[in-house]
Design a protein around this ligand. Structure first.
Ligand code: UD1
Length: 423
């Protein structure tokens, strides 16, 4: 397990390119097995979570070849319906394999994924939706044994617009007989990307991006080539890196619409972000002011609200913003693990339940801290870029789940950060 060593206080400059979206790529990898024909995926993000998903595909019979950032997947011989425990335990989002395996194999066995660092993360909505499609689910000894011999389209109303449940139901419904309607569906851009990918193979999905998604079951899918959307949280991370160091950088390969909520919030800390519309990719220039201003109140919400995945990152910037800021975390119950670590670095934060009150200080101070989860870990990196002296961040395997060589990317724009291999 490695660590990051950061010497804070460096101004950043130059351009940095955002990788393909992790949260779009994972369900798309699951969707690959809907077809028996070859699939080519461009701009794939080289992340621990993605590698894990590839291991699942290999274990159920897919053949995979990589060339630079292109993946060639041949799912023609994919025949196992048992998703190995070790990968499901490693990466919780592998639960989306369930819908895809049911669509392809009409049965599936998967271990119950359980909680994770940021909360309990139940899957009741996934299972309720699948049951409405006619899937018979037996839960025993921590396993879900599912039979989907006669899946039929259904009208499904989600109690909450869960991203994973929407994806799982969409995937299973692609092979159900007739029409499925998902109401109160999640509207995240990653759902729209999944729809576009499924349709690029001949699927008939419509409405993603709105709260009602319609899926007409089809018999067969064909080959496809696809490029995933840019990662909006990685884009937000780079914007915060500039904001917290008073720097000017250009963040390339973003979708402006997807990062609207993030840009709007960061603008409240100081007018500093200019979008550069361009084809085929858009970019944003951020010119941070000398001092950031506190933000009255930020609440995390499902898309298009402010994303929970940016909560810790925004908080790192607010620790050095003039005045008092409040953040309410509405999505996950255990998503303030970065707070004690930021406090070690001199931040003044109090939390009560799902509310955090942040009193800005002029500058953070380097300390030895540890990442407790992916985005909280990235927030500590941001804090380290600002801090006086040296910051050592332990447990960076959490960070590597969602960032491809973050240290190299930040170094390319002038940060003093290196990875130390642990003994
Ligand atoms: C996805 C993202 C994650 C992001 C989250 C919210 C991926 C791989 N991960 O996670 O980065 O933080 O969306 O934007 O795309 N819930 C239930 N029952 C369920 C499902 C969810 O109660 O069956 C609850 C969860 O506990 C949580 C809330 O709904 O409180 C949101 O979860 P959900 O939208 O499902 O998030 P994920 O798909 O797990």
């Amino acid at each position: 397990m490695g660590k990051f060593r950061i010497r804070g206080g460096r101004r950043l400059e130059g351009s940095i390119r955002v990788i393909g979206s992790k949260n779009a790529f994972l369900p798309i990898l699951a969707a690959v097995i809907l077809t028996r024909k070859p699939v080519v995926l461009y701009d794939f993000p080289r992340l621990a979570d993605v590698e894990n998903m590839l291991l699942i595909l290999l274990s159920i019979g897919c053949r995979i070849k990589r060339e630079n950032s292109t993946l060639y997947i041949d799912p023609s011989d994919c025949s196992s319906w048992v998703i190995p425990d070790k990968y499901v335990k490693e990466i919780r989002s592998s639960i989306v394999m369930l819908g895809a395996v049911l669509a392809r194999m009409k049965k599936a066995v998967i271990t119950y994924p359980g909680g994770c660092e940021i909360g309990q993360r139940p899957i009741n909505l996934h299972l309720q939706g699948l049951k409405q499609l006619g899937v018979v689910i037996n839960e025993s000894h921590g396993y879900l044994e599912c039979e989907a011999a006669n899946m039929e389209g259904a009208d499904i109303h989600l109690d909450y617009p869960s991203v994973g449940a929407t994806e799982n139901i969409m995937l299973a419904a692609t092979r159900a007989k007739g029409r499925t309607v998902i109401r109160n569906a999640a509207k995240e851009p990653e759902i729209t990307d999944l729809q576009n990918f499924i349709n690029s193979m001949g699927g008939r999905v419509a409405g993603a991006g709105s709260n009602t998604i319609t899926i007409d079951g089809v018999e067969t899918f064909h080959e496809t080539e696809y490029t995933v959307i840019p990662d909006r949280i990685v884009a937000g991370t780079y914007l915060v890196s500039a904001a917290i160091t008073g720097s000017e950088i250009v963040v390339e390969n973003v979708c402006l619409e997807h990062i609207q909520a993030i840009v709007t919030k960061l603008r409240e800390t100081g007018r500093m972000i200019t979008p550069c519309k361009g084809a085929p990719v858009e970019s944003v220039r951020i010119k941070a002011p000398q001092h950031l201003w506190a933000i009255d109140h930020t609440k995390t919400h499902p898309y298009p609200g402010f994303p929970t995945d940016m909560q810790a990152l925004l908080m790192s910037a607010l620790t050095v913003s003039k005045g008092t800021s409040i953040i309410t975390e509405n999505i996950f119950e255990n998503r303030f693990k970065h707070v004690p670590e930021l406090i070690r670095m001199g931040a003044r934060i109090r939390t009560e339940g799902k509310i955090a009150v942040i009193q800005g200080v002029p500058r953070l101070k380097g300390a030895a801290v540890a990442a407790g989860d992916l985005r909280g870990g990235a927030a500590l990196v941001m804090a380290g870029l600002n801090a006086e002296g040296e910051t050592i961040i332990d447990n960076i395997r959490h960070i590597e789940r969602g960032y491809d060589k973050l240290e190299e990317c930040l170094r390319s724009i002038g940060a003093d950060i290196e990875k130390l291999e642990s003994d």
